[in-house]
Design a protein around this ligand. Structure first.
Ligand code: TYM
Length: 340
């Protein structure tokens, strides 16, 4: 069977980039794959988090998953720290991955900044924990935004080295084609890299100092509409064809967002709005974004009003995840030679 795994960090609000780059695809894949969706709280603490804020963020991200359409009956929905095998397998992968591989990770360089000596060891080893998340479920497909591509390459490198390093033991255990699969990234749709609404050369992110740079899934209708209307653009009208968007990153971003939210192609969006006033397009985008996101926001609030419900979903999901995780970890221990 084809298995999907993906996750998001509970470090503040989810935004439109998380939604269009990942969550929308997660929801779709529930119909065709066996899916495991995680709130990666152990990844969150690679940078210091306020403990009380972290707890509520875990519940909020879970509520956003459910409001966006993840069905906890179809999919496994849980938070990472509840399944101890993530940490166990991550340790084994720390011993498989090479320093040179981790030294190349651009996300570490960005997040550690100039004061690298002072970054946590966890932030450095982050990609090994991510490989463990995915391979614990021997997932074949991982739907993510463009920015996670390098981490998924590392996941494949870890799987391949593990399969090679322990080939005789893996074959003896009856796995003819290697123990871990070569996981494929699923990076699809017109919004795999949603940019800041203030600067078309920067990714939309939780950490941007300006709240006007992003649309949060917790924003109400007024905030959403205002952020779209204030989004940076150039003075030209929209082109009628995609090649006219070259070099116009802000316009390209807004058209991509429109296409993704309306589930239409960029071509179709430009055929409708090309040549017209930018303000006309922005009004249409504001209406569309409100229509799509405001109900999600209302659902999240409703779900969070009963924290017992969200906690119940996570508990049940963790129990189901543990069954798969324990089986994988038993095999890994046998293969590596750890006595259990
Ligand atoms: P995180 O929490 O930064 O982001 C969650 C998901 O949202 C996508 N994303 C975006 N997509 C398009 N445009 C953007 N501006 C944008 N910003 C974020 C991300 O690509 C991601 O899919 N390392 C991961 C979490 C993780 C994980 C995993 C993912 C831990 N273990 C296992 C997949 C599989 C992260 O920090 O995502």
């Amino acid at each position: 069977a084809q298995r999907v795994f993906s996750g998001m960090q509970p470090t503040g609000n989810l935004h439109l980039g998380n939604y269009l780059g990942a969550l929308v695809n997660w929801v779709k894949m529930q119909d065709t794959h066996d899916c495991v969706y995680c709130v990666v709280d152990m990844h969150a603490i690679t940078m210091w988090q306020d403990p009380a804020a972290l707890k509520s963020a875990i519940r909020e991200v879970t509520a956003a998953y459910l409001a966006a359409g993840l069905d906890p009956k179809k999919s496994i929905v849980f938070n990472q720290s509840k399944v101890a095998e993530h940490a166990e397998l991550a340790w084994v992968f720390n011993c498989v991955a090479r320093l040179g591989w981790l030294n190349r990770m651009t996300q570490f360089k960005e997040k550690a900044g100039k004061d690298r000596e002072n970054a946590s060891v966890g932030l450095y080893a982050y990609p090994c924990l991510m490989a463990a998340d995915i391979l614990l479920y021997r997932a074949t497909h991982v739907p993510v935004g463009e920015d996670q591509k390098q981490h998924l390459e590392l996941t494949r490198d870890v799987a391949q080295k593990f399969n090679n390093d322990f080939r005789p033991q893996i074959e003896a255990a009856g796995f003819a084609d290697g123990f871990f699969p070569m996981t494929e990234p699923v990076i699809q749709g017109p919004a795999t890299r949603v940019m800041s609404l203030r600067d078309g050369s920067k990714k939309m992110s939780k950490s941007d100092a300006s709240d006007y740079a992003r649309i949060n899934l917790t924003d109400d209708a007024d905030a959403i509409a205002q952020k779209v209307r204030k989004a940076k653009t150039d003075p030209e009208p929209l082109p009628s064809e995609p090649k006219g968007l070259e070099g116009r990153s802000e316009a390209e971003n807004l058209v991509g967002i429109y296409a993704a939210l309306s589930e239409r192609s960029v071509e179709a969006v430009l055929a409708e709005f090309g040549g017209g006033q930018f303000s006309t397009f922005k009004n249409a985008l504001a209406d569309l974004a409100v229509a799509k996101l405001a109900p999600l926001n209302a659902d999240m609030r409703r779900l969070l009003a009963d924290p017992g419900f969200v906690d119940g979903v996570l508990k049940d999901g963790a129990e189901r995840a543990r069954v798969i995780a324990a089986e994988t970890m038993n095999h890994v221990k046998d293969i590596v030679g750890l006595l259990r």
